[in-house]
Design a protein around this ligand. Structure first.
Ligand code: FCB
Length: 441
């Protein structure tokens, strides 16, 4: 069965930050620090999904999706990251799982979508190797409760973005500015992934995947320096997170570090345990040039050259549907038989989405975006890439990290003052699209 779904993440939709025993996460701390998130927005209430989840499940049933990718909040299950389990947290995901199954919607949980328990940040966060093993213990705890009903699990969401934005540049929680010193946070996430794969399988999980954010990298010109810079960026964004998992080896990281002393014997074997699928989140390609002028204070071997000549989303991201085909066929030629089946675990766009006078949201640009990206995915499938699912980011407008509530990605509009949900035109379009699908293809 081809999975057609929508995706969300716990901190972006749940709210109920202090309820039923949930502990604080790094995102609670970060969002409450002045100047971190646009207009001081926080996820304290978000879409109030923690209370309104029956309505949200009904919206998915009405849409006709057969799968739902959501994330589990680690600090809701383990308020201090380890040790004492908060039963009420697990109960929430248990109820959600049953409600989804009752509607014929397969639950696809992601265990880590960036909301690390604050107590673990205080011991170093993902810079601390021990957090990898604690992640696997948390995975085992959740799977012990849900693996009888949940066939497919995702360990991490976008370890690249979490390392780059959270630990290198500090624009996401936990807000550290370590630049290339953030590399251990990549390795420890990957090690946590590998250990969680073992824990999940031991607890009866049938299928396990990892979700990476990947981007086709375009050199700004055919000049040798730009081509080399693009290669260096490709290593950091894509290969650093795919090679160890699929090939059991890191790419050449010499442009970023002189030593991989944080990698220990046996780690790569753990990290490269076979997977049932690779989750890919695609938003846009990236165009890269060699750094110019005097050495920049970033010390990085590349510069973002920007992409022009394409329409852009409200976020300013270029809309390049063929980039998805290029990405998928590129993965296939790079990894060959080592590439597991692919799930597109996120794809979507932010749009202004102002309600009309009649209160409807006529998001034609999102309809066009989804239509063209699905076509690009199918083109890649026709070219031989084994894709098994596609999840729209997102079911609901939600807390878009450093942008707060300013970027709306939902098929369903959310009035954040009242929590009121209004399906957009794109919701009706996707529903019609799904009605026309044979779910086997
Ligand atoms: C991805 C994140 C997701 C959402 C989209 C727009 O990088 O995984 O939570 O913010 O971008």
């Amino acid at each position: 069965m081809f999975l057609w779904g929508t995706a969300t993440a716990a901190y972006q939709i749940e709210g109920a930050a202090g309820e039923d025993g949930r502990g604080p996460s790094v995102w609670d701390t970060f969002a409450h620090e002045p100047g971190r998130v646009r207009d001081g927005h926080t996820g304290d209430v978000a879409c109030d999904h923690y209370h309104r989840w029956p309505e949200d499940v009904a919206l998915m049933a009405g849409l006709g999706v057969n799968a739902y990718r959501f994330s589990i909040s680690w600090p809701r299950v383990l308020p201090t990251g380890a040790g004492e389990v908060n039963r009420r947290g697990l109960d929430f995901y248990d109820r959600l799982t049953d409600a989804l199954l009752a509607e014929g919607v397969q639950p696809v949980p992601t265990l880590f979508h960036w909301d690390l328990p604050q107590a673990l940040e205080e011991r170093g966060g993902w810079m601390d190797r021990d957090v990898s093993a604690l992640f696997a213990e948390y995975a085992a705890t959740v799977a012990a409760r849900l693996a009888d009903r949940v066939p497919l699990w995702i360990t991490l969401n976008e370890p690249f973005v979490h390392m780059a934005f959270g630990y290198a540049m500090g624009v996401h929680a936990p807000g550290r500015v370590l630049m290339t010193g953030a590399l251990p946070a990549a390795h420890h996430q990957l090690l946590g992934h590998g250990l969680a794969v073992q824990a999940l399988r031991a607890a009866g999980a049938r299928q396990v995947a990892l979700t990476n954010n990947c981007t086709p990298v375009w050199p700004a010109s055919t000049r040798e320096q730009d081509v080399a810079a693009a290669g260096a960026y490709d290593i950091l964004h894509n290969r650093l997170f795919n090679d160890p998992v699929l090939l059991g080896a890191y790419p050449d990281l010499s442009a970023y570090t002189g030593s991989l002393e944080f990698v220990r014997d046996g780690d790569l074997k753990t990290i490269s345990a076979p997977l049932d699928a690779l989750g890919i989140n695609y938003y846009n390609p990236t165009r890269i040039a060699a750094p110019t002028g005097p050495p920049t204070d970033t010390g990085l071997p590349f510069a973002d050259a920007g992409i022009t000549g394409y329409p852009t989303t409200a976020f300013g991201w270029p809309v390049v549907p063929d980039g998805l085909r290029e990405l998928l066929t590129g993965l296939k030629s790079r990894y060959g038989a080592a590439l597991p089946p692919i799930l597109i675990t996120e794809n979507g766009c932010s749009q202004p989405d102002e309600p009309t006078e009649r209160g409807t949201i006529e998001d034609e640009a999102r309809v066009d975006f989804l239509d063209r990206h699905i076509a690009a995915m199918r083109q890649a499938m026709a070219e031989g890439v084994d894709v098994r699912g596609y999840f729209v980011w997102s079911l609901l407008d939600n807390f878009e990290w450093a942008e707060g509530y300013h970027q709306r990605f939902g098929l369903v509009h959310v009035d954040f003052a009242t929590g009121r949900r209004t399906p957009k035109r794109s919701y009706r379009w996707f529903k019609g699209f799904l009605e026309g699908q044979n779910t086997d293809t």
